[in-house]
Design a binder for this molecule. Structure first.
Ligand SMILES: [Zn+2]
Length: 331
């Protein structure tokens, strides 16, 4: 009885208090006009980190670029209207798209390994931020021990050099043997790829003395091995990580769009140099990811670009990782 009375009394006092406060606040708002809050523009995360066994993996957001598409970048062998309709069916704009870029840092406990370097700094707006993102994630460019390049397209090698010198001054490098040999031979001459050779001459060739040239199945460091995934470029490489029984695949550009490349893996992609070989590599890696249920990262998947691949009939679906990689075992 007493308690009940007391509660009612207290509540009445609270309401009374609120009433007393409300009136002067409203009046104050009317008398002193405050500046309207400024619009700050879109914001994104700059990095994302999680453990893998004894390794620690940090995804970096080099930036993103918007352009017309998905057709003909994706589905160039399809009817343009079908590609636009398929994008819209998947809650994407039919005629605009975004490509983002996600270099990866793997701390093995012994070495800091950077996979791909992003776009050239100071070029196009909103990209070329890999060094800044590395610093935001807690590392200096001079701490990188090894830079692994998955292939020689500009969005992967653009960040190798900065201000006329190596962007990662203490690093050695690992690049695919097949990729290096193709781009530094006469093969690109007279092909649509010829225009990219200049960047390879300025950003890759000067570092050759500090480079190891890797083949399919070779380790770049203990626990990280190369997996040939040719087609997107002549010597495009994926990388398999394993630490303490935990596996992970860096599939780089074997798939380039989380909807178009996974759900329609046979559609031709403008960026794939050998379309049939790229489809074979894409399906082989996606098959492996789906059947072995291992987590993966793709350079152009939506940031933080980490997820799983599910098989759906004869194609696949990208499932972005949520907390799976952060959950500690309960026992
Ligand atoms: Zn790429």
């Amino acid at each position: 009885m007493t308690m009940g009375t007391s509660t009612v009394t207290r509540r009445a006092a609270l309401f009374a208090g609120a009433g007393i406060l409300a009136t002067p606040l409203l009046a104050t708002g009317a008398r002193y006009a405050r500046a309207e809050p400024p619009m700050l523009g879109p914001a994104r995360p700059t990095h994302y980190r999680f453990p893998l066994g004894d390794f620690e993996i940090t995804m970096l957001h080099d930036g993103a670029r918007q352009l017309d598409g998905p057709y003909p970048i994706f589905g160039e062998d399809q009817d343009p209207a079908d590609v636009a309709a398929y994008a819209e069916e998947n809650f994407l704009p039919g005629h605009r798209m975004e490509i983002s870029f996600a270099p990866i840092v793997v701390n093995t406990g012994q070495e800091l390994v950077l996979f791909d370097t992003g776009n050239a700094a100071g070029g196009q707006p909103d990209v070329g931020n890999t060094v800044e993102r590395l610093e935001a994630a807690g590392y200096g460019a001079d701490q990188v021990d090894l830079v692994v390049i998955t292939h020689f397209h500009p969005d992967h090698i653009g960040g190798l050099m900065r201000d006329g010198g190596p962007a990662f001054p203490n690093a050695r490098y690992a690049v695919g043997r097949v990729e290096y040999d193709w781009w530094t031979s006469d093969a690109p001459v007279g092909t649509p790829r010829e225009g990219q050779v200049g960047l390879i001459e300025s950003n890759v060739v000067p570092l050759a003395e500090a480079m190891s040239f890797i083949e399919d199945g070779e380790d770049v460091v203990s626990g990280i091995s190369a997996v040939a995934a040719f087609g997107h470029s002549p010597g495009h490489m994926a990388f398999h990580l394993e630490s303490n029984g935990n596996r992970f695949l860096i599939f780089a550009d074997a798939t380039n769009h989380y909807v178009m490349s996974l759900q329609r893996p046979d559609w031709h992609v403008v960026f794939d140099q050998d379309k049939d070989m790229a489809i074979e590599s894409r399906r082989r890696l996606l098959d492996m990811l789906a059947s072995e249920r291992i987590p993966a990262a793709g350079y152009h998947m939506p940031f933080p670009a980490v997820g799983f691949v599910e098989r759906v009939q004869d194609s696949y679906r990208w499932l972005p990782a949520s907390y799976q990689l952060r959950v500690e075992s309960g026992d």
